[in-house]
Ligand binder design. Structure first.
Ligand SMILES: Cc1cc2nc3c(=O)[nH]c(=O)nc-3n(C[C@H](O)[C@H](O)[C@H](O)COP(=O)(O)OP(=O)(O)OC[C@H]3O[C@@H](n4cnc5c(N)ncnc54)[C@H](O)[C@@H]3O)c2cc1C
Length: 517
């Protein structure tokens, strides 16, 4: 009995001692952190830490530094990236670049001018150019295609030419946090030492494979929709290099476009359930037997060139992820770490640049970023103001990607045909869709209008020449499919309030005000 008492009291004493030690230590750490933040601020340390110097991190560093902020960028790899993403800058994205003063980053990288799409389906071909007479779009209405890595290096060079931008090579491991407020990051520097950096504001811009977003959002809704498989055919030039060639092939779309004066990107979408193995040669067979025969003859030679020359085949997941605001203060997540849509609309960089423009504008009135509550207010309004652009592009991307998947279902096929007919019919339909795709008309209401028009014209085609019971059945199915495609996407984007004309006008106005310099 006495022995049990001794043991129990020893255990209680141990727990008490440990608790006191732990609490004292925590308090000391918190005080140390607060002291270091204050000390760092006095020493002229950074106002903002940016994690990642990809498209978003570099562009943001430039924009904030231009406004006089001291920016510390931590990037894990400063070498030129070699990626199969972010190779096409829509006209709307070019406008954003110019508003940020970064338009020259598209120069000296052998970027190619693109005036629109050439769309192919079942042996037919049609052009869908960007509209040239869009009064609402005050910039040259063409896109640029390029090697992503060259563009990223230009952005980095431009940002780091500013004396108040400090670039450091290092890998960020975690966010430093105190009572729900992010104070900085821990990272491994180039020498391999674990160290910390502190600033009143941390921007997480670490891309689509972001580790940090998980520590900020419980709601990690990133979903892999499919895979994009691609390679580069070298030393060749397309007959029409100024068009992005989109083939409505099966199982899904194929794309071919010039990314430099001598290089052509060839790529296609594969659905996760039928992914051929690259290692055992199934992919090569799939490309040669399934994809190549569907590539129009005028593009086929170039498409085959890369395969025959053993070009390196890359596979990138096509993800979608709706944006979620972090509840923590002192931190903003941007770019692919924040929001993703299907890459078929080639618009991730455009949405990101539009976000940077808005954020920079909203932060400008704050003389210092130390007031976490004020910064949080900015982040909340940023989330609303970005909607016209982000919701339009995200909904378009996710809906478009579902329509482009080939199917044996008659209703689905009618919708796919309907998209081709509508996009390629010329006039108002083509210019309307291409203005949305090019980011020249960031209005969700216009998108809903065009998607409803596509649905109705597809139903009209299905019912003609007369509405038999089977045709009526397929039409009802098509209508159901369209709703299933549109409603969840709109709901996920939270744009229902934007669909009321009065609200839509107000949202559009605040978006335009925030992106006008
Ligand atoms: C297949 C595909 C094709 C696409 N094509 C297009 C297109 O044609 N046009 C278009 O506009 N958009 C396209 N996108 C989307 C576009 O590429 C992205 O939206 C854009 O690159 C996102 O930029 P970012 O700055 O968020 O990320 P990134 O440009 O990926 O930059 C992230 C940076 O963070 C660094 N980093 C990551 N983790 C850490 C860490 N822990 N510490 C330090 N640094 C870190 C990385 O090294 C990288 O430099 C495509 C996407 C996919 C998947």
């Amino acid at each position: 009995m006495a022995f049990t008492h001794v043991c129990l009291w020893t255990l209680v004493a141990f727990v008490l001692t440990w608790t006191v030690f732990y609490l004292t230590n925590m308090k000391k750490k918190a005080t140390d952190l607060a002291d270091t933040v204050a000390e760092d601020q006095k020493d002229g340390a950074a106002d903002v830490i940016i994690v990642g110097a990809g498209v978003g991190g570099s562009a943001l560093a430039y924009a904030l530094a231009k406004d006089g902020r001291r920016v510390h960028v931590i990037e894990r790899d400063m070498r030129e990236p070699e990626r199969m993403m972010g190779e096409f800058m829509q006209p709307g994205g070019r406008l954003m670049l110019s508003k940020l003063g970064l338009q020259d980053c598209l120069e000296d990288i052998d970027a190619q001018k693109a005036t629109g799409l050439a769309v192919y389906k079942d042996g037919k071909e049609a052009d869908a150019p960007f509209p040239v007479d869009n009064n609402n779009f005050s910039y040259e209405p063409s896109a640029r295609s390029f090697h992503n890595g060259r563009f990223v290096q230009q952005l980095r060079r431009k940002a780091f030419s500013l004396s108040n931008v400090r670039l450091e090579e290092g890998t960020v491991k975690s966010l430093l946090e105190e009572k729900g407020v992010v104070k900085g990051v821990t990272y491994k520097n180039k020498e391999g030492e674990e160290t910390t950096a502190l600033a009143p504001l941390t921007v997480v811009c670490d891309g689509c494979y972001s580790n940090l977003r998980r520590s900020l959002n419980d709601d990690n809704n990133a979903e892999i929709m499919s895979y994009i498989v691609g390679y580069i055919s070298k030393n060749c030039r397309l007959e029409e290099p100024e068009k992005l060639h989109l083939i409505l092939s099966k199982p899904s779309f194929t794309m071919v476009y010039q990314i430099s004066s001598t290089d052509v990107r060839c790529g296609f979408e594969v659905l996760p359930e039928n992914f051929p193995s690259i290692a055992n040669g199934e992919m090569s067979t799939f490309m040669k037997n399934t994809i190549v025969p569907q590539v129009p003859p005028k593009l086929r030679k170039i498409f085959l060139k890369g395969i025959d020359e053993g070009a390196h085949i890359k596979v990138v997941p096509a993800k979608r992820m709706t944006s979620t605001l972090s509840k923590k203060k002192g931190v903003i997540v941007l770019g692919d770490a924040f929001n993703m849509r299907h890459p078929v609309v080639a618009s991730g960089m455009m949405v990101l640049l539009s976000d940077i423009l808005i954020l920079r504008r909203l932060l400008q009135p704050l003389s210092n970023l130390g007031d976490a509550n004020k910064v949080s207010e900015v982040i909340n309004s940023f989330y609303d103001i970005r909607k016209p652009m982000s919701a339009t592009v995200n909904t378009l991307g996710n809906a478009f990607s579902q329509v482009l998947i080939g199917s044996t279902d008659e209703a689905k096929e009618a919708m796919r045909q309907g998209v081709y007919d509508y996009l390629c019919s010329g006039g108002f339909r083509t210019s309307g869709m291409m203005a949305l795709l090019g980011g020249m008309n960031p209005r969700p209401l216009s998108l809903v209008y065009h998607l409803c028009a596509i649905t109705l014209s597809s139903i009209g085609q299905l019912l003609s020449p007369f509405p038999s019971p089977l045709r009526i059945w397929h039409s009802l199915k098509l209508f159901g499919l369209a709703m299933k495609m549109l409603v969840p996407n709109l709901k996920a984007e939270g744009v229902s309030q934007m669909l009321f004309p009065a609200n839509a006008a107000a949202y559009h106005k605040s978006y335009m005000a925030a992106t006008t310099l």
